[in-house]
Design a protein around this ligand. Structure first.
Ligand SMILES: Cc1ncc(C[n+]2csc(CCOP(=O)(O)OP(=O)(O)O)c2C)c(N)n1
Ligand SMILES: [Mg+2]
Length: 445
């Protein structure tokens, strides 16, 4: 009885003509369709393939050319000068922070760092198109989304230094593994792709929450390398079969550490996989901030209207090394990077557009660069002078409820060791002096 009612309720949806790669072109056949599958019957013995199938590769949506000029037929999103300036300032803030924090890591003052050089348009353009209350599940290169939401330079520094002002992780996370409930940004976790199925779950929860249903999406960022993980398929499958407003944003920057994208897939990039899951998909020029902005805005609208997932593949280039643990010149030519920086620089492209609108000039550029640099340096010096959280924080609020036995055991063991050696053994004395109250609360407990 229940089964009949359910299959009846599903019928209208199943009977809709199936679409292949296009939201407008519907494949039909005079020979009818195969049973309930809606697959048109054909007498032609042919195979399909996203690369060699004869339909051509999925096109890339762009509105500005390499020198910031609108391309023929492009609808430039309507933005005013103040918004354009905000976009540009945030695109410039990213490399300013990256320059300082990359060098700070090299000096050994923080343990690790990852830059976003070359991906500024993808990150800032998408952040600007989201609602600030959309739940973001990032990979690790999306610090710009937090900056756009007002996370603040001091908070970035606090997290990277793991100092007492680090609200998200209290110094217990690696640098750039940000998280902020206030800014709707789920804490980054290093294992690749875990966020992809999780995003489908978060979006499903949003869909079931009165007040957020039809208002917020879960935006999930990942790299094209992460899309090689099984979790990518599990996530898209979940978002497709249990519909939810999940907005998948793939940053295709050409590399997964040293593996170039040409070795990561044979098919037509990551975008070719979306239609396989019945997911609306677009490929966008990730170095064109206005194209990214327009694509994400429309994708978000679709997510909410249909209550279903959308996939965006943003084509960009990782100009920096993968992280501070990598030297990319071991596997790619310096000249390739220099060429990409010069020929297709997302910041320059947008600056040229701003100049053509009379919204920007050399004086404004000079003022912005020196202001951002001064702000970042001031914040860095401040972060460097702050102490780490109280050492006992290492053991708190890891699990909800009562402290588990294993955490208690570890806390007591460290406390015993500190009582015995903390005041006398020089290396421990020095290490303890970096913590608030010199770890005294743990020694006294
Ligand atoms: C499950 C898992 N496997 C391997 C790694 C090591 N790893 C960290 S980042 C990375 C490359 C990811 O590349 P991509 O998804 O393209 O992101 P990008 O760094 O280019 O932004 C790898 C292999 C990991 N963190 N997790
Ligand atoms: Mg990549």
């Amino acid at each position: 009885m229940i089964r009949t009612a359910l299959s009846r309720s599903l019928r209208p949806r199943l009977l809709q003509p199936r679409r292949y790669f296009s939201t407008t072109k519907v494949v039909t056949s005079s020979l009818g369709t195969l049973g309930s599958t809606q697959s048109p019957i054909t007498s032609e013995l042919s195979f399909i393939n996203s690369v060699t199938g004869g339909k051509g590769l999925i096109p890339t949506y762009r509105v500005l050319d390499g020198v910031g000029k609108p391309i023929d037929g492009a609808n430039i999103p309507e933005i005013d000068e103040a918004f354009a300036r905000k976009l540009y300032e945030h695109m410039q803030l990213l490399p300013t922070l990256d320059n300082v924090l990359y060098n700070v890591q090299r000096q050994g003052k923080i343990s690790f760092y990852m830059t976003a050089y070359g991906e500024e348009a993808t990150i800032i353009g998408s952040a600007a198109a989201l609602d600030n209350a959309d739940e973001v599940l990032g990979q690790y290169r999306e610090m710009g989304v937090l900056l756009w939401r007002g996370f603040g330079i001091d908070q970035v520094m606090a997290q990277c230094f793991g100092n007492e002002e680090d609200k998200s992780g209290k110094g217990r996370q690696m640098p750039v593994h940000f998280g902020s409930t206030e800014h709707h940004f789920v804490t980054i976790s290093s294992p690749l792709s875990t966020q992809i199925p999780q995003a489908a779950g978060v979006a499903y929860a949003l869909r079931r929450t009165p007040g957020r249903r039809e208002r917020n999406v879960a935006a999930c960022y990942f790299g094209e390398g992460a899309a090689s993980e099984g979790d990518f398929h599990a996530g898209l499958m979940l978002a497709s079969t249990v519909p939810s407003p999940t907005l998948y944003i793939v940053r295709n920057n050409g590399f997964a550490i040293s593996t170039p994208s040409t070795e990561q897939y044979y098919g037509d990039g990551i975008a070719a996989r979306g239609p396989g899951y019945g997911i609306d998909t677009i490929r966008v020029d990730g170095n064109d901030v206005l194209a990214v902005y327009a694509a994400v805005k429309e994708a978000r609208r679709r997510c909410l209207e249909q209550g279903r997932a959308v996939l965006i593949e943003a084509m960009t280039y990782r100009v920096g090394h993968h992280s501070t643990s990598d030297d990319s010149f071991a596997y790619r030519a310096r000249s390739e990077v220099e060429d990409r920086k010069r020929i297709d620089n997302p910041i320059t492209r947008f600056r040229l557009y701003m100049e053509s609108r009379g919204w920007w000039n050399a004086d404004a550029e000079e003022e912005l660069k020196s202001r951002l640099k001064a702000e970042v340096m001031r914040s860095f010096k401040r972060a460097e002078s702050l102490k780490r959280c109280e050492l006992k924080e290492l053991f708190t609020d890891i699990y909800g409820g009562e402290e588990p036995w294993n955490i208690k055991e570890q806390r007591e063991e460290l406390s015993q060791l500190l009582k015995k050696y903390g005041k006398d053994w020089e290396p421990w004395k020095q290490e303890l002096s970096k913590f608030k109250n010199n770890g005294q609360e743990l020694i006294d407990s």
